[in-house]
Design a protein around this ligand. Sequence first.
Ligand SMILES: Cc1cc2nc3c(=O)[nH]c(=O)nc-3n(C[C@H](O)[C@H](O)[C@H](O)COP(=O)(O)OP(=O)(O)OC[C@H]3O[C@@H](n4cnc5c(N)ncnc54)[C@H](O)[C@@H]3O)c2cc1C
Length: 288
Amino acid sequence: MEQVKCYMPQTLQEALEIRNETHATILAGGSDLMVSKSMGAGITPAFSGPVMLIAGVKELKGIRALPDGSVEIGALTTSAEISRSELVHPLLRDAASRMGAIALRNSATIGGNIGNASPKGDMPQPLILLDAMVVLKSIDSERTIKVDDYILGSKKTALSDNEIITKVILPPQNFTHIFFRKIGMRRANAISKLTLSAAAVVKDGIVVDFRASSGAAGPKVARSRAAEEMLIGKTLQELPEVKDAFLDAWNNVISPHAMPEYRRNSTRRMLAYFIDALAAGHPEGRVD
Ligand SMILES: Cc1cc2nc3c(=O)[nH]c(=O)nc-3n(C[C@H](O)[C@H](O)[C@H](O)COP(=O)(O)OP(=O)(O)OC[C@H]3O[C@@H](n4cnc5c(N)ncnc54)[C@H](O)[C@@H]3O)c2cc1C
């Protein structure tokens, strides 16, 4: 039987040294990797090189509020922990709480969800709307980049073979209105067919900020600052006049592959619903 060499570091320093020397595949919760590498019961999973189980690295765990109002989420934080934390922005909590079933949410980590870069992964979509950053550490350097820049495409990331995702940083946000939808085959344990987050800051009847992001709608999360800017600076009364132009622009944000009609029409309806609610003076908070 083939053997897979396994490392089980207990500190971040140890993990960084192992990654630097061996370029071992990082295994966090294993809910993606153990499925994709599985060869069946009793057969060694098909890893092509060594594997590093990072579950024991305490420095990668937990959620902390930072003095500047940002929130730091350790890479090993599970979707169950994120969904329960009052520190985490509700859009990310919504996405985390709708992942798989409870057993999965207890093992699926945020580092793995970003690290996997699946177009159907649920957390990158709100993270990209929130302008979240990811911290990548190697033995001799650390860099902080936008999650949007980390995910290059379907299953492609900017991670170097000596780096580890150590944490995700959510910058402070002051949205007055938020909207989240996940469309799947059923409510629990369903991979996303389409997800959408939208958020706005409305002040004195003017849209000061507007953001939207679509998940499972192309090789990576779709967001367009150019489209968003069509609504920013408009009064609530002006929204109905610019709505169709915005929705047409958003059509082009959705990938032309994989059921574009379904994805474009559904996204258009959801975004129109959110914009109509803003225009109608919806009270601050969640638009459901
Ligand atoms: C039944 C089932 C249902 C699922 N449902 C959903 C769902 O509804 N929504 C959803 O989004 N996903 C779903 N998934 C996929 C999976 O559970 C998630 O993507 C999960 O977040 C992966 O996290 P993990 O810790 O298990 O990652 P792992 O499997 O351990 O790793 C995944 C990838 O990320 C890399 N990685 C992990 N941690 C790091 C790190 N710290 N630094 C750098 N790279 C790292 C790994 O090397 C690997 O490439 C489902 C999976 C299963 C089996």
